[in-house]
Write a protein that binds this ligand. Structure first.
Ligand code: ATP
Ligand code: MG
Length: 414
């Protein structure tokens, strides 16, 4: 689990702001749900025979011996909240949420035990129009972040009923090669053979490549749903690759599943994954409510944003106020508060803790500020300040009256 340090938080915040503003502009509303839920919730929704539930959850008993789990993903908690608060009774919900998720994985680049997701869920929509909207909104996010190296992989998993035939076909196929299966896959063969397709073991690749594909087993309605979605994406100019082996690591998916992947981040190439989960709300005790969602991994997204040349926001102040002399502190405070009123949005860092002119100017320089505003006893006496541009060696210091200071700074930073 990592720390996010001050040198990175400003860039994170600006990426998060872009995501949030786009979703708000598409009519989505924020929901905030707890970081811990009852363990049962995740077992029932994600599925017992998945990597997440079988080996990645942080699970513990509380003082009352209730088994709780740090959320490994957001969908289960959001659906639970929707049921708890009756948000889904004859209503549709377009929601977004963001925050930390926890999975006990082997930490490496792009894979952490605490990581952050930005999550979008549309509940009460049968699609495929909303499926297209969710993909279109994600593609707008890449565009606004200047990310041009992602590709969309798309598949349909059909319905639980149509999957029965596919499961049988898969089992029949893999049973022919008992010796080629790794331990995980042997375990999954009877309980959940589709999980084998999700294997990350390179030794299994060839065997998996020869397996029957789910798109050959879709029911008519799912096939139509899939065809309409593809048409909507074509019309929106969004390219995709049909990947019939994309099954996703959670059990609750039906019909549309997709993943945005990039080759620029090394082994951990999935930056956004999602899918439809028409059975989940009912499975968790609500009515039957069709739904679809996706989640972006923020660590991977910020990394990709940087790799694609995204601006790294420094978070440095615009102005550093140098106030030299004990008698200057009080008038300086007053002046700086007025300045903050007059220059809304500028970052003004005022020197605290005293110091000589020289040492305060050093701090001003180290802060990264563009301008030092200098106040000494002489300036206080004639109600002026010195202004010294810090990032331009040719620019000299000049003097401005207190009454013009706000306007001068606003003009400088315009
Ligand atoms: P992967 O195949 O990389 O394990 P996943 O299928 O487990 O991903 P999801 O559960 O769909 O991932 O989560 C959505 C997104 O969250 C992923 O596309 C990825 O960007 C990010 N993500 C998942 N697990 C981690 C992790 N341990 N550390 C950082 N980001 C992660
Ligand atoms: Mg995973």
């Amino acid at each position: 689990m990592g720390d996010l340090l001050p040198e990175d938080t400003a860039t994170w915040r600006s990426v998060e702001t872009i995501l949030r503003d786009i979703l708000i502009a598409y009519g989505y509303h924020e929901i905030r749900v707890p970081i811990v839920e009852r363990t049962e919730l995740f077992k029932r929704s994600i599925g017992e025979v998945t990597d997440i539930v079988a080996k990645e959850m942080y699970t513990f008993n509380d003082r009352n011996d209730v088994s709780l789990t740090l959320r490994p993903e957001a969908t289960a908690g959001i659906v639970r909240a929707g049921i708890t608060h009756g948000l889904l009774h004859n209503r549709r919900q377009k929601l977004w949420s963001t925050g930390p998720m926890f999975r006990y994985e082997k930490p490496q680049k792009g894979r952490y035990r605490q990581f952050h997701q930005f999550d979008v869920e549309a509940l009460g929509f049968a699609g495929p129009d909303i499926d297209a909207e969710l993909i279109i909104v994600s593609s707008r996010i890449w565009r606004e972040l200047g990310i041009d190296t992602v590709e969309l992989e798309l598949n349909s998993l059909g319905t639980p009923e149509s999957r029965v035939r596919y499961r049988e076909a898969l089992q029949g196929y893999f049973e022919q090669f008992p010796d080629a299966l790794d331990a995980d896959s042997r375990d999954r063969l009877q309980r959940n053979p589709m999980r084998i397709l999700d294997s990350k073991n390179p030794a299994m690749e060839e065997l998996i490549a020869g397996a029957p594909v789910i798109t050959d087993y879709l029911d008519t309605e799912s096939a139509e749903h899939f065809a309409t979605l593809r048409r909507l994406l074509d019309q929106a100019g969004i390219g995709y690759r049909i990947n019939p082996r994309l099954v996703r690591g959670l059990d609750y998916y039906t019909r549309t599943v997709f993943e945005w992947v990039t080759g620029r981040l090394g082994a951990q190439g999935a930056i956004c994954s999602g899918g439809r989960y028409d059975g989940l709300v009912e499975q968790l005790g609500g009515r039957s409510v069709p739904a679809i969602g996706w989640a972006i991994g923020l660590e991977r997204l910020v990394e990709l944003y940087k790799v694609c040349g995204g601006e790294q926001v420094s978070g440095a102040p615009d102005v550093y106020v140098v106030a030299v002399g004990d008698a200057v502190v009080e008038p300086a405070f007053k002046l700086v508060e007025q300045l903050r009123d007059a220059t809304h949005g500028l970052i003004i860092d005022m020197n605290c803790g005293g110091g000589s002119f020289k040492s305060q100017m050093k701090r001003a320089d180290r802060s990264g500020a563009q301008i030092a505003v200098i106040l000494g006893e002489a300036e206080v006496a004639d109600q002026t300040v010195g202004i010294k541009p810090l990032r331009n060696a040719d620019a000299g210091q000049f003097s401005v009256g207190w009454d013009e200071l706000g306007a001068t700074l606003v003009k400088f930073f315009a």
